[in-house]
Design a protein around this ligand. Structure first.
Ligand SMILES: Nc1nc2c(ncn2[C@@H]2O[C@H](COP(=O)(O)OP(=O)(O)OP(=O)(O)O)[C@@H](O)[C@H]2O)c(=O)[nH]1
Ligand SMILES: [Mg+2]
Length: 343
C-alpha cells in the first residue's frame, strides 16, 4: 500500500485531498490507491441531497453537518456542480454556505464539477465518496443540482436521498415527476416560511398516492376467491403481507432558521433503520456495486476502443467528419471495434 493510501486511512485530510486531485487528473497512481482503499470502505452512511437550483440545498447541508457533528460523527460533504467550471476541488466560495465548518477537523468538504469527459461525473463522485469513507467520515452528504441523469445516478449511490423543493414551484413538481420521484426517500419542502408550503406538501402527497395506486398489484384470482369464501364463512383472512415498502415522509423545513432540521435528521435515521431491518440496505449496496462496476467497465472499454480507433483510423473528430459526409459507415466501424475488444 502506498504511503498516500496509508495516510488517507489514518484520516489525513491533505492526503485525501491529494488523492482526490489525482483521481480528477486521471493519474495512474489514483487507480492503485483506490484499489488499496476499496476493502476498507463500506462503513459510511451516504445521504444524497438533490433539488432545483437555489432550493436551499447548501443551507440545509450546513444544518445537517451541525446536527451530525452534535452526535459526534465525522462528516464528509461532496458538492457536485455540473454547471460550474472545474475548481480543482476547492470550495466554491459563496456558492457553498458551509464556511462555519471550514475549520472543523471533523468536517471535510469538497466540490466536484464536470470536465466534459464521458459520463465521468458520477464515477468521480463515487470515487470521492470512497476516499471519504476510507478516511473515516461516518456520514457523507452529497449535494447535486437538478434532475438530470447524472443526478439520478448519483442519487442511487446514497442510502437515503433527500429531494428538496420550495413552495410555489409547480414546474418543480413536474421535474420531480420526470424522474427523481423514484429515488426520493424523504421530501423536504424548504423555505416553509414562504407562502404556499402547505399546498406544496399536499401536491407532493397526491403524487405519492397516485404512484401508490399505480404500483399496487391487482389481487390475483385465487386470493380473491379465498377472501370471498372467508368472508362468507365469517372469517377474517389475512392477505399476504405486502412487501415492505418505505413511505417517503414530506417535511416542512426552514433551513435558514434551523427549523424542522431535527425532524429531518429523525426521518433519515428512521429510513436507515428501515433499510437495515428489511435487508434493503444490502440490496441497495448491491445495486450500487453493479452500477459502479458497469460504469467502470464502460469507461475502460470505451477508452480502449477510442484509442484503437485513433491508432487505426484517425482522431474521433476526423472519423466523425467522414461519417457525417457518408464516407464511413458508423455501424460497421462500431461493430469492428467491439469485435476486436471481444478477442
Ligand atoms: N426564505 C428562506 N430562504 C432560504 C431558506 N433556506 C435557504 N434560503 C435562501 O435561498 C438561497 C439559496 O440557498 P442555497 O442553500 O445556496 O441553495 P442551493 O439549493 O444550495 O443553491 P445551488 O447550489 O445554487 O443550486 C439563499 O439566499 C438562502 O439564504 C429558507 O428556509 N427560507
Ligand atoms: Mg448549493
Amino acid at each position: 500500500m502506498s504511503s498516500l493510501s496509508k495516510k488517507v486511512l489514518e484520516g489525513d485530510v491533505r492526503s485525501a485531498s491529494r488523492l482526490m486531485r489525482n483521481i480528477d487528473d486521471g493519474a495512474e497512481s489514483a487507480t492503485q490507491d483506490l484499489r488499496a482503499l476499496f476493502p476498507k470502505t463500506g462503513r459510511a452512511y451516504i445521504i444524497g441531497i438533490t433539488g432545483s437550483p437555489g432550493a436551499g440545498k447548501s443551507t440545509l447541508t450546513d444544518r445537517l453537518i451541525a446536527a451530525f457533528r452534535k452526535q459526534g460523527k465525522k462528516v464528509g460533504v461532496i458538492a457536485v456542480d455540473p454547471t460550474s467550471p472545474f475548481t480543482g476541488g476547492a470550495i466554491l466560495g459563496d456558492r457553498i454556505r458551509m464556511q462555519d465548518h471550514a475549520t472543523d477537523p471533523g468536517v471535510f468538504i469538497r466540490s466536484l464539477a464536470t470536465r466534459g469527459n464521458l459520463g465521468g461525473l458520477s464515477r468521480a463522485t463515487g470515487d470521492c465518496i470512497r476516499v471519504m469513507d476510507a478516511m473515516g467520515q461516518d456520514v457523507i452528504l452529497v449535494e447535486t443540482v437538478g434532475v438530470g441523469q447524472d443526478e439520478i445516478d448519483i442519487a442511487q449511490m446514497a442510502h437515503t436521498t433527500l429531494v428538496v423543493t420550495v413552495p410555489g414551484m409547480g414546474d418543480d413538481i413536474q421535474a420531480i415527476k420526470a424522474g427523481i420521484l423514484e429515488v426520493a426517500d424523504v421530501f423536504v419542502v424548504n423555505k416553509a416560511d414562504l407562502d404556499g408550503a402547505d399546498r406544496t406538501v399536499r401536491e407532493l402527497r397526491m403524487m405519492l398516492e397516485l404512484r401508490h395506486a399505480v404500483k399496487a398489484p391487482p389481487m390475483d384470482h385465487d386470493a380473491h376467491h379465498r377472501m370471498v369464501r372467508a368472508k362468507a364463512e365469517g372469517r377474517h383472512e389475512e392477505t399476504a403481507p405486502a412487501p415492505q415498502e418505505w413511505e417517503p415522509p414530506i417535511l416542512k423545513v426552514v433551513a435558514a432558521k434551523d427549523q424542522g432540521v431535527d425532524a429531518l435528521v429523525k426521518a433519515v435515521e428512521d429510513h436507515q433503520a428501515f433499510l437495515d431491518k428489511t435487508g434493503q440496505r444490502k440490496e441497495k449496496e448491491r445495486a450500487r456495486a453493479a452500477m459502479q462496476f458497469v460504469a467502470l467497465l464502460r469507461e475502460r472499454l470505451l477508452r480502449s476502443a477510442l484509442e484503437r480507433l485513433e491508432r487505426e483510423r484517425g482522431r474521433l473528430d476526423e472519423v466523425a467528419g467522414r461519417i457525417a459526409d457518408r464516407q464511413a459507415d458508423p455501424y460497421a466501424l462500431a461493430e469492428e471495434l467491439a469485435s476486436q475488444l471481444r478477442e
